[in-house]
Every structure is written in structure tokens, then in C-alpha cells.
Design a protein around this ligand. Structure first.
Ligand SMILES: Cc1cc2nc3c(=O)[nH]c(=O)nc-3n(C[C@H](O)[C@H](O)[C@H](O)COP(=O)(O)OP(=O)(O)OC[C@H]3O[C@@H](n4cnc5c(N)ncnc54)[C@H](O)[C@@H]3O)c2cc1C
Ligand code: SF4
Ligand code: SF4
Ligand code: SF4
Length: 357
């Protein structure tokens, strides 16, 4: 058993990778705070798109996606809006075959859809998630109210739209390319057989080379021989795999999903215990209701977890995300706000286990 108990935050694909890590390995991840996520962008191409508007990343105070637009709130306090139909061309290719909006395998899911401005929609999924939310309410870290019926319907409609739209893309893609493995309904026995015959080369041909990699970094993290390195675009492998290793293929969120973790595409927002509209009582710098920041504060303050795995911004490259592990609540607060591009979130776990600061 790991001596660490980590609360992580991530997009649905990253949360699925965390769930597979928990399922197949002795994972230090204890609490999963999953974000809603409709799409994500390439950092490099986002920078190029901004040039068309005479802007650069450093000009931007906050990004917000709403009602078909990417809103750029500038440091000058002006707002520029880019239609999503224009931003579409810089959406990461893997996001077009992603059928999950609300992080269905998390303990608690959080997003803005369905709540008023300054509030977040929170979905409690597990017993552990319920205890955390109840505790945070009781200790006055957060306040809550019910979603109205129309807010609840909106959330379900947008989630179903994403699933259905991208299921169609999957069908089109599979017509002339390889099957999208994470959508295969296989029995656990047959998944185990596939895994026992697979290594990095299978990951490369089935996930990485076909534009399905979400760049989560789980493969790099689990490689026992340190053979995988992830740059800004994709994981690469150097060396020769031992014959009996299948770890990277096993934990990747875009290879086969075991029966217990598989989402039911007919349930728009997955299985859950309750849904609330929530807002922080302690923090204000977050993206919506500052709920992720506040739940992490609650978990660290009460020693329920030992560290938080968060995504902050590079100091020298505006809005460039990078993952880090911290016990420091000030660092959690600083990392608030959404960065609309990816980074390998599991990278810092490797250093933690190797004892590197
Ligand atoms: C790529 C992306 C797309 C999203 N799309 C939607 C959407 O379509 N609809 C919707 O309702 N909500 C979406 N969200 C979630 C939303 O933007 C807020 O993150 C969420 O509502 C929580 O707000 P908050 O104020 O509670 O979070 P905060 O208190 O601001 O905390 C945000 C946390 O998110 C983490 N984070 C920031 N950027 C990333 C990243 N790129 N990857 C992983 N973790 C990150 C940080 O570690 C921080 O702890 C998206 C989030 C991301 C990262
Ligand atoms: S694949 Fe893209 S759309 Fe899906 S959860 Fe990951 S970042 Fe979001
Ligand atoms: S050694 Fe194992 S985890 Fe590493 S690349 Fe090879 S198969 Fe993947
Ligand atoms: S190939 Fe590696 S980085 Fe890409 S999705 Fe799979 S585990 Fe994540």
C-alpha cells in the first residue's frame, strides 16, 4: 500500500486513466475530482489562433467557454469572443472520439453547465465523494442549493449531445481506420487475454498513431523500465520492452476498459448519488464556483489526503499547463482556473515515488 493518499483533479479521460491505475495497480490516488469537459485544445495551435486576433496568451486573464463561444477576458478588462465554429479546427483530434462529458468514474464531478454564473454543478458519485461533500458543507467550506429542473435537463441534453455526436464520429472513423478500443464491449477475460499479448507497439498503433492519445502520461508513469518519454505531442519509446510487460497498454484510458469501469452511453451523465449547485464560502479565484480549489483545501486541511495533484500554469509560458503535487493550500489556490490545453497529469507521481522533489 502506498504511504501517499492523493486527491487528483482531471478531465474525464484523465479520470478514466486514474480509475484504471486504481483498478490494475497499487495507486496512490485516493480521491478523484473529475471536471466536465466538452473539448480541449492544442496549446501551440491556440497560440496561432490568437495571432489572427492580434493577441497572445500573455494578454489573457481568463478563458471561458459558453454558448458557442470561447470568451477571452483580457488583462485590459476587454472581452474578445471567438466562435467555437472557428476554434473547432484547433480542438485535439482525440477529443472528437470522446463520448464522456462529466467524468463518470470520479468520486465527485464538477463543471459549470447547469449552474448560475459563479456557481458550479457538482455530481456526487461515490460514498467517499458523499462523505467529502457532506463534510465540506458541515464545516462551511462550501454552500449548496438544488439545480432547477431546466438546469438539470440542460446538463443531460448537452452530455447526451456530446456522446451521440462523437459516437457518430467513432462510427465514421472505424469505417476506414482501426477500432476505437475504449468503446469495445469485451468481457474482462477477453480483455485480459488482449492485454497479455500487448506492449508499447500495440499502444502506438492502436492509440498514439491514430490520434486517440489524450496525452495523460499514465503510460510514462507506469513503465517499470522508464522507456517512455512524453513531449508536447505524443509518447515515444526508446529501448526494448521486456517480454512480460504490458503495463502501458493496460492503464491507457484509450485501450480496453474493464467491465466495472465502463460507461453506459445510454445514461447521459452516468451513475450518481446526488447533484447540487455549489459555491465556495472561502475562495473566489477559481473558474466557476471555486469548488475544486475549496474541496482540495478541505481535504488537505482535514488530513483526509496527504497531497493534491493539480494542474498549474508555467511561469515563463502564459497558460501552458503543467501538473504538480503539493500539500500547500496556497499553491492549490494559485492553480485555480481552467487551462484549455493538455499536459501529462501523471508525470509528478513518478517523481513522488522516486522521492524526487
Ligand atoms: C479542458 C477543460 C474543458 C472543460 N470544459 C467544460 C465544459 O465544457 N463544461 C463545463 O461545465 N465545464 C468544463 N470544464 C470545467 C470548468 O472549466 C471548471 O474547471 C470547473 O467548473 C471547476 O470550476 P471551479 O471554479 O470549481 O474550479 P477551480 O477552483 O478554478 O479549480 C480548477 C482546477 O482545475 C484544474 N485544471 C485546470 N486546468 C486543467 C487542465 N487542463 N487539466 C486538468 N486539470 C486542470 C486545476 O488543477 C484546478 O485545481 C472544463 C475544464 C477543462 C480543464
Ligand atoms: S478526450 Fe478531450 S474532450 Fe474528452 S475528456 Fe479528454 S480532454 Fe476532454
Ligand atoms: S516496458 Fe512495459 S510499460 Fe514500458 S514501454 Fe514496454 S510494455 Fe510499455
Ligand atoms: S498513450 Fe499514454 S499518454 Fe496517451 S492516452 Fe494512452 S496512457 Fe495516456
Amino acid at each position: 500500500m502506498s504511504e501517499h493518499k492523493i486527491a487528483m483533479v482531471g478531465t474525464p479521460c484523465e479520470i478514466m486513466a486514474a480509475s484504471k491505475l486504481q483498478y490494475y495497480t497499487d495507486s496512490p490516488i485516493d480521491v478523484k475530482l473529475g471536471l466536465f469537459c466538452m473539448e480541449n485544445f492544442s496549446y501551440k495551435y491556440f497560440g496561432n489562433l490568437l495571432k489572427e486576433y492580434d493577441l497572445k496568451m500573455d494578454d489573457i486573464e481568463k478563458f471561458q467557454i459558453d454558448k458557442g463561444f470561447v470568451f477571452l477576458l483580457l488583462k485590459t478588462k476587454e472581452t474578445v469572443k471567438i466562435p467555437l465554429s472557428v476554434a473547432k479546427r484547433i480542438i485535439r483530434k482525440n477529443c472528437n472520439i470522446c463520448v464522456e462529458l462529466t467524468s463518470e468514474t470520479s468520486d465527485i464531478s464538477i463543471g459549470s453547465i447547469g449552474s448560475d454564473e459563479g456557481w458550479s454543478t457538482l455530481i456526487v458519485r461515490t460514498k467517499k465523494g458523499e462523505e467529502i461533500v457532506d463534510g465540506a458543507l458541515k464545516q462551511n467550506f462550501i454552500e449548496a442549493k438544488d439545480l432547477t429542473e431546466s438546469q438539470f435537463k440542460l446538463l443531460n441534453r448537452l452530455a447526451a449531445n456530446k456522446t451521440n455526436r462523437n459516437l457518430e464520429t467513432i462510427e465514421e472513423r472505424e469505417f476506414f481506420a482501426r477500432p476505437v478500443l475504449y468503446q469495445r464491449d469485451k468481457s474482462d477475460d477477453s480483455i485480459n487475454k488482449e492485454i497479455s499479448e500487448s506492449d508499447f507497439l500495440d499502444l502506438k498503433s492502436n492509440v498514439i498513431d491514430v490520434g486517440a492519445c489524450v496525452l495523460c502520461g499514465a503510460c510514462e508513469y507506469v513503465c517499470p523500465d522508464n522507456l517512455i518519454a512524453i513531449d508536447d505531442t505524443k509518447p515515444r519509446m526508446k529501448g526494448k520492452c521486456p517480454e512480460d510487460c504490458h503495463a502501458c497498454f493496460t492503464v491507457c484510458p484509450r485501450t480496453f476498459i474493464p467491465e466495472d469501469l465502463r460507461n453506459d452511453n445510454s445514461k447521459a451523465i452516468g451513475e450518481y448519488i446526488k447533484i447540487l449547485s455549489v459555491k465556495s464560502v472561502r475562495h473566489t479565484q477559481g473558474q466557476d464556483g471555486s469548488i475544486v480549489t475549496t474541496l482540495l483545501d478541505y481535504l488537505l486541511t482535514n488530513n483526509i489526503v496527504t497531497e493534491a495533484l493539480i494542474v498549474d500554469k508555467e511561469d515563463h509560458l502564459a497558460w501552458k499547463p503543467y501538473a504538480k503535487i503539493t500539500k500547500d493550500i496556497d499553491e492549490v489556490v494559485k492553480s485555480g482556473g481552467t487551462k484549455y490545453s493538455v499536459c501529462p497529469v501523471f508525470k509528478p507521481l513518478r517523481n513522488l515515488e522516486e522521492g524526487v522533489e
